[in-house]
Write a protein that binds this ligand. Sequence first.
Ligand SMILES: Cc1ncc(C[n+]2csc(CCOP(=O)(O)OP(=O)(O)O)c2C)c(N)n1
Length: 633
Amino acid sequence: MHLSEITHPNQLHGLSITQLKQIARQIREKHLETVATSGGHLGPGLGVVELTLGLYQTLDLDHDKVIWDVGHQAYPHKLITGRYDRFHTLRQKGGVAGYLKRCESRFDHFGAGHASTSISAALGMALARDRQGETYKVAAVIGDGALTGGMALEAINHAGHLPKTNLLVVLNDNEMSISPNVGAIPRYLNKMRLSPPLQFLTDNLEEQFKNLPFVGDSLTPELSRIKEGMKRLAVPKVGAVFEELGFTYMGPVDGHNLEELIATFTAAHKHPGPVLVHVATTKGKGYAIAEADQVGYHAQNPFNLATGKAAPASKPKPPAYAKVFAHTLTKLAEDNPKIIGITAAMATGTGLDKLQQKLPDQYIDVGIAEQHAVTLAAGMACEGLRPVCAIYSTFLQRAFDQIIHDVCIQNLPVFFCLDRAGIVGADGPTHQGAYDIAYLRCIPNMVVMAPKDEAELQRMLVTGVQHSGPIAMRYPRGNGYGVPLMEEGWEPLPIGKAEILRQGDDILLLGYGAMVYPAMQAAEILGEHGIEATVVNARFAKPLDQELILPIARRMRRVVTLEEGCIMGGFGSAVVESLMDHEVMVPVTRLGIPDLLVDHATPEQAYATLGLTPPQIAERILQLVQPQPVAVS
Ligand SMILES: Cc1ncc(C[n+]2csc(CCOP(=O)(O)OP(=O)(O)O)c2C)c(N)n1
C-alpha cells in the first residue's frame, strides 16, 4: 500500500511492520518535499512518524481521539487522515493549515497552536465520555517542551487524581523544545532515558546475540522484551515521579522502533486509569541535516533538500526587527548589569540567543512558561533589577492576570517586548498578534508603545529600560525598512508624545506602529486626488498624546486611525474614547483587524484581505470623503 491510498487512519490496521516502515518512509519523503517547497515545521514531524503510526495502528480512529499538543508535529497525522492530496498547499492561503483546526478534519479533535493544552483538553473529553456512558479512548500527545508549561502540569495534577478515568498521555521526549529544553523536569526525563552503563549492557546483549544464525541484524521481539526486562531491573525507579502522581508509567520506549511502540501502546490501552507512555524520539529523524541542527530545522523557510540551505534572497533585506531588538538590548545590557532578558522558550525567535551568547548571566529561558516569566520578572523588579520580558504578542496572552496582578497593580518596572505583533502570516489565527493593544491598554499603570520603524525601536528600547513602571513595546514580525541605525547614544522618547510626519488640512491619519509608513504612503495617494492629510505617528497608544491630537482633530473633516491589531478596544478605540471625552465631534474611521479570525496566508495576502495595503487604505478613505455621484434614475 502507498501512503497516497490512505484516506482513513484505520487503513493502517493489519499492516505488517515492513509495510508500516514503507509508509513511514513515504511520510518522511512527502513531509520533507513539502516543507522544502513551502516552508514550515520540519524536525518535530519527522521525529513522530513511527509514534504516529504505532499509536494509530492500536486505535480505532472512527471512535478514539488523539489530541496533539501545539500541532506543529502533526504533519504525519495530517498525511494519514485524508490530506495527502492537498498537502502541497501547506500553510498557503486556502490550503492545509500548519497547526490543527477542528474545521479542517474530523480527525483534528482539538484545535491548537499554543503549547501545553493537550492534556487538559483530552481529560475534558475523557470526563465527558464517562459521563455520557461512552467508551472511546482518548490520548494526548505532548512534547517534553510543552510539558514544561504550567497548564500541562495542572492537567497532570488533575488526571493523576482520577484513577477511574481512562486517559493516555504520550510523552514525546526528544530532549528539545525549540532550543534545548530547560529545567528540572526535562533533566528528570533525561535521567530516565537509558543510563550509560545500561546502554552498554543492552548494546552488548544485542552484539552477542547478533552472531547467532537465527537473530540476524536486528533485535527480535523476544530479545526486545528481554532487553526491556533488564532495563526495568537495572533502573527500578524509572517513572517514579509519574507513578507517585497517580499515573501508570511505561517506557522509555524507543520512539523509532515500531514493534516496541505497538507493544507498549497495546499494553497501555489495557491499563485502567491515567497512563503515561514515555517515548524517546529524535527530532528531525531520517533527515541527517535536521538531526544535526535540531534548533535550525525546528522550522524552516523553503530550502534545498540536498544541501539543507535556504534559497538565497534575490536582494539583501533590511535587518529583522527581532535582530535589531536583540542587538540593541545586548548593547544596553552590557552597560547596565541590572538588565535581564527573559524568554519563554523562544530564544532564537526573539533574538535573545544573542544576549545569551554575549551575556549569559543576564539571560534566562524559563521554558514554555509565559505566566511564570512575567511573575518572575515582577519579583526581580521588586529587588531593583530591570527585567525585559521578550515574549511574542500571541503568547503573552497566557499571562494576562500576571501582568495585571503581579506587575501593574504593584506598578513594577517590567518591560514587555512583544515581537510578532500584528499579522504573522503562515502560522494563522492562533499566532496573529492581534489583541495586545486591547489587552494591555486597559490596565492601569501600563504604558503601551509601538515604533514606526527599527530605528524608533532602538529609542523605545532605551525608553523602556529607563521607565519606572510597567511598559510594553510591540513590533512586527519580519524586516524593518532599512533606515539608519545607531550603535550607541540613543535618546529616550518622552512618554506619551507623538510626532507629526506630514501636514495637510483635510483629514488626520493617526498611524500606530507598523501602520505609520502605510499611512504615509496612503497620504501621498490621497494627495494625488486632492485630499491633503496630516499624518501623525502616535508612538503611544497609552498615554495618548491628547495635547497634540485633539486640536488637530478639531480642524479636520475626518480622523482615520490605522493599526495592525484588533479594532475593538485597540488604538483607534483609544482615540475615539479620547475624542468623545473631550467632545471633539469629528467623524472617525478605524482601520485595523475587524472582529474576525485572520487565516493563514502570506502577510501580503492577509493585508490585502483586510484592506490594509496603502492603495486600499487610500481607496477606503476616498470613498468616505469624496462626495459620491448621485444616481440619476
Ligand atoms: C504558549 C506557547 N509558547 C510558545 C510556543 C512556541 N513553540 C512552538 S513549538 C515549541 C517547542 C515545543 O517543544 P516540544 O513540546 O518538546 O515539541 P518539539 O518541537 O520538540 O517536538 C515552542 C516553544 C507555543 N507554541 N505556545
